[in-house]
Design a protein around this ligand. Structure first.
Ligand code: G3P
Ligand code: CA
Length: 317
């Protein structure tokens, strides 16, 4: 009898513990497969805006990924490009505030974020380019994004062009860490429901954060489709491990050489490839299968995706 009761209790505990894992609020759990909403739920709302971040939260994303740039008055804002013309109406609002630059041997006009104050940037419409119903959506500040996401998901914060900002005398890394500090988010365990991971394509910038600025936040090194610097070799990964908690490679690097995942795991590096996206709106079955292959066959630790709703319910093999 006692033995039966013990087994019943054990079974109950096991069920409770597995359901706690499945529905855990904290995205910290090392064994969880992380769904990271790329630029928010950017398949459905304009990238790097509060509507895209809100939607990602509603879809249950574990982390929201977004990009940071720095304004003329040293404010951090969420934007992928270092210039404003692709995703805003800057050409209409500030027609003369461009720089003439040479791209692919042709002169072209570019409106750089660092030439505009935050007040000026807040005048821009960052929603209409994606869909008319998002008209007058603003570029969000880092602070607005921290406030929105806090307690509901983790932050997957990408520093864009930190080397360029440093070269202009802007200490982007210090700005980011100071803002996280002001929000009590600069320590890994500061808020279990709001973990922070910092990522960048710049290894130098991540090394600065880890070594010079002594941050103990987890860092992920982003690597491009062509791994020119050799980070995804055994030696490269061992070097990355000296300042990183994980890598975020382009997914094709892992398709071509899935061994990278085992090499990274042997070193204790988390692997979160990018970017998983439906080819066309509504075409989710191929995406679901692709995400499942990466999560459960290749065994990556998470996916960075424009469609967090699809990734939250991948098909299991
Ligand atoms: O998180 C990975 C991904 O964001 C890196 O590429 O260009 O979309 O910032 P990108
Ligand atoms: Ca990014």
């Amino acid at each position: 009898m006692l033995r039966n009761q013990f087994h019943a209790l054990l079974a109950t505990l096991l069920i409770l513990s597995s359901s706690t894992t499945a529905h855990a609020q904290s995205p910290n759990a090392a064994s969880r497969k992380l769904v990271i909403a790329h630029r928010g739920a950017s398949a459905y709302a304009p990238e790097n805006t509060l509507p895209a971040f809100r939607l990602a939260l509603d879809m249950g994303a574990d982390f929201v990924e977004y990009d940071l740039q720095v304004t003329k008055d040293k404010q951090l804002v969420c934007l992928h490009d270092e210039t404003l013309e692709r995703t805003t109406n800057v050409e209409d609002i500030f027609p003369h505030r461009y720089r003439s630059v040479t791209r692919d041997k042709a002169r072209t006009k570019r409106w750089y974020v660092y030439d505009f104050t935050l007040a000026e940037i807040k005048r821009l419409d960052a929603g209409s380019w994606a869909e008319a119903r998002f008209r007058d959506t603003c570029i969000p500040t880092f602070q607005e994004t921290l406030d929105l996401i806090r307690g509901r998901a983790g932050h997957f914060v990408e520093l864009k062009k930190p080397d360029d900002y440093n070269a202009m005398g802007v200490d982007m890394e210090r700005l980011v860490l100071a803002q996280l500090e002001r929000n009590n988010l600069a320590k890994p365990d500061a808020d279990a429901r709001t973990p922070v991971i910092i990522q960048s394509f710049s290894a130098r910038s991540l090394q600065k954060i880890a070594i010079e600025l002594k941050s103990i936040l987890p860092l992920h090194l982003l690597t491009p489709a062509e791994d020119k610097d050799g980070w995804l070799t055994r030696d490269g990964l061992a070097k990355a491990k000296t300042f990183c908690a994980g890598i975020s490679p382009h997914k094709t690097s892992l398709s071509k050489n899935p061994e990278i995942i085992a090499w990274a795991h042997e070193l204790g590096l988390r692997v979160t490839p990018y970017t998983f996206a439906a080819a066309n709106a509504g075409e989710t079955p191929p995406l679901r299968a692709e995400i499942s292959r990466f999560l459960y066959t290749l065994k990556v630790d998470g996916v960075i995706t424009n469609n967090p709703d699809v990734a939250k319910a991948p098909e299991r093999k």
